[in-house]
Design a protein around this ligand. Sequence first.
Ligand code: TRP
Length: 334
Amino acid sequence: MTDLTLGQPPVHAALDFFDDQHPPAGDFLRDVLTGLAATPKSIPPVYFYDAAGSALFDQITDLPEYYVTRTELALLDRIGPELAKRAGPGAVVIEPGSGSSVKIRKLLSALDQPAGYVGLDISGEHLIASCDELARDYPGLHIGAICADFTTGLSLDHLPLPKGRRILFFPGSTIGNFEPDAARAVLASFRKGMREGDAILIGADRVKSPQTLEAAYDDAQGVTAAFNMNLIARINSELDGTLDPALLKHVSVWNAEKSRIEMHLEAREAQQLQVAGRSFSLAKGERLHTENSHKFTPESFQALAESAGFDLLESWSDPAELFSLHWLEPKAKA
Ligand code: TRP
C-alpha cells in the first residue's frame, strides 16, 4: 500500500495515503448574522478554533481548573493493558477530529502491535503535520490521513487500510459539545462506517458539582474567557465587526435541566453593534450563547450509546469519578 496516493496535495513520504474529502468551509459571515438575528442570540462554536483559538485551547488543557485533559491522560495510562486486551493484536486505530497527539501516543503505545493509524480532521495542514510526526515515532505503523468533517460521517471504503479490527478513538469531551440529538447522529454515523467486531473508545465528562464545573470553564487566569472572546476578535477582524470586548464578559453557567455547562458572552451594558454593515443591539445582561458541554452520568451515557446502535461493553473512570472512557461496539443486527 505504499504507492497509493489519493488526492492533492501530494502525499508525504511518511504517510501511506492522504485522502482529501474537501470538507466545505463554514460560512462564518452567514452563520454569525443568522446567530445574531436569532432569539436568544448565539455564535456557532466551530469558529473558536482558528490558530489563536487552538493555541488558547491548548493552554486550557493545562489549567489547574480544567481537570478534563489531565484526568483522561492519567486514565489512559492506567487502563492501557486493559485496552490492549480489549483491542487485541493488529488493530487499526481511526481518530475522528484528531488533534492532541499526546492521547493517541498513549493509546498506540498501550496496544498490542497496532497495524495502522488514520487521523481525520477538518484542517488538512495541521493533520498532515501531526501524522508525519507520528510516522517518525512509530516506524512500521501504517499511517494515513483524511481531511474531512467527521460530523458528516466516515467514508473509509475506498481507502487502503490495513486489515484488522478497527478501533475508533474519540477522546476528550467532544461528544458533549453536541446537543443530544446531534450527539446521537454523530455516533450513529460512526456506526455506519464500522463492521462487526469494530469498536469505539470514547471519552465523556461526568456530572459533578456545579462549582467544579463552572470553574473548569471560567478559570482564574482568564484563559477560557480569552478563548471565548477570541470569537469577538474574529468577528471584528474578519467580518468587519464593531463589537467592543470591554462591553462583554465571559460567563459559564451550569444548566441542571440540560445537564450541561453553557458558555456565553454577556453584555455589561446596553449596546449597538455592527457586523458587515448590519446593526444589532444587545440589552444589558443579554447573552450571546457560544458553546455547550454536556456532562453525563453512567446511565445517561449508556442510554445515548444504545440509542445510537451500540452496546456499552465497559467503562473506566478515575478514582474521583470526574471523567470516563467507554468501550462501545455496534449492536449485533437483529
Ligand atoms: N470539548 C471541550 C469541553 O467541552 C471544549 C472546551 C473546553 C470549551 N473549554 C471550553 C469550549 C471553553 C468552549 C469554551 O470541555
